[in-house]
Design a protein. Structure first.
Length: 296
């Protein structure tokens, strides 16, 4: 009935798999839990993760080379036995004890089911604050909020999808780069996939440090420009693209560049503070996007 698929890299997934396994054994369903280690460099974690092979219907697969999350998901999907695929990132944990049950009772109501993403209420250390605040503000959305933009609201950290549909969409993501979720979402919308949003979130536990999150965010901007150049996504899919087009239309970009250049150091300092501004972070990413567009 359901294959639970978890790509991982240098992350201990024992607690997550044990939680899922316990929930699955309480359900009258056929299931399997497959974990694919994307050639982790941390040998100690790999040794620990291998113990999930001792759990019934669980398998730990070890890749001989690092291929990235997209390729790992493709591998897992093709290894999967069942028609429904529940993808989870390694650094998440179900909020509810009936997490699996909530997905099972909604099977066949849609082709993709998304339960949401949550973040801990307790504030983290300063060097993790930017990612935590961004997640709380932009990703922790209610069902009603997600329903307003059903495709853009999907977070790839946890979603249930039909096997054939996933394989048909994922094959178009043949890039080993960060920020392909937007292409994935657009492909789903183009195919007019039936999406159902439910109240069944996972907590995102693996917060990146501010410096890493900034780097990944800029890589995502680079991916957006790359996909635009290849004609794979619409030029107005993301909010950053829409804002750029509006600024270009009203000839505001030259002044915008000068202002950001003057305050760039202060902005970066703010991103590493105890109260980072997401508004400034949006402006900084827009500044980088404009820079890439001019150099394209």
């Amino acid at each position: 009935m359901i294959s639970i698929l978890i790509p991982t890299y240098n992350y201990n997934i024992i607690k997550l798999v044990t939680n899922l396994h316990g929930q699955c054994t309480e359900q009258p369903i056929d299931y399997e839990i497959l974990v694919l280690d994307d050639c982790s460099s941390n040998k100690e974690i790999k040794i620990q993760n291998r113990t999930i092979n001792n759990l019934d219907k669980c398998r730990y697969i070890e890749s001989k080379e690092n291929k990235g999350r997209t390729a790992s998901r493709d591998h897992l999907a093709k290894e999967a036995t069942y028609n429904w695929l529940l993808f989870l990132d390694a650094d998440v944990m179900p909020k509810y004890k009936d997490f699996i049950s909530r997905f099972i009772e909604n099977l066949n109501k849609a082709q993709l089911i998304f339960g949401g993403i949550n973040y801990a209420e307790t504030k983290p250390d300063i060097d993790l604050m930017l990612r935590w605040k961004y997640g709380h503000s932009r990703e922790s959305l209610t069902v009603l909020q997600r329903d307003k933009t059903p495709f853009l609201s999907i977070n790839s950290g946890c979603f249930l999808i039909e096997k054939e549909l996933f394989i048909s969409v994922n094959k178009h993501l043949a890039f080993n780069t960060y920020g392909l979720d937007n292409l994935f979402k657009q492909l789903l919308e183009t195919k007019e996939v039936r999406v159902l949003h439910i109240d069944n979130p996972v907590y995102h536990l693996g917060l990146e440090k501010n410096t890493i999150f900034i780097k990944k965010s800029l890589e995502s901007v680079e991916t957006t420009v790359l996909l635009e150049e290849k004609g794979l996504i619409q030029p107005d899919l993301r909010p950053i693209q829409k804002t750029y087009l509006k600024g270009k239309k009203y000839r505001m970009l030259p002044l915008f560049r000068k202002i950001i250049t003057l305050f760039e150091k202060q902005m970066i300092s703010n991103f590493n503070s105890k109260n980072p501004s997401l508004f400034l972070f949006d402006l900084y990413r827009l500044y980088y996007y404009d820079k890439l567009k001019r150099n394209a």
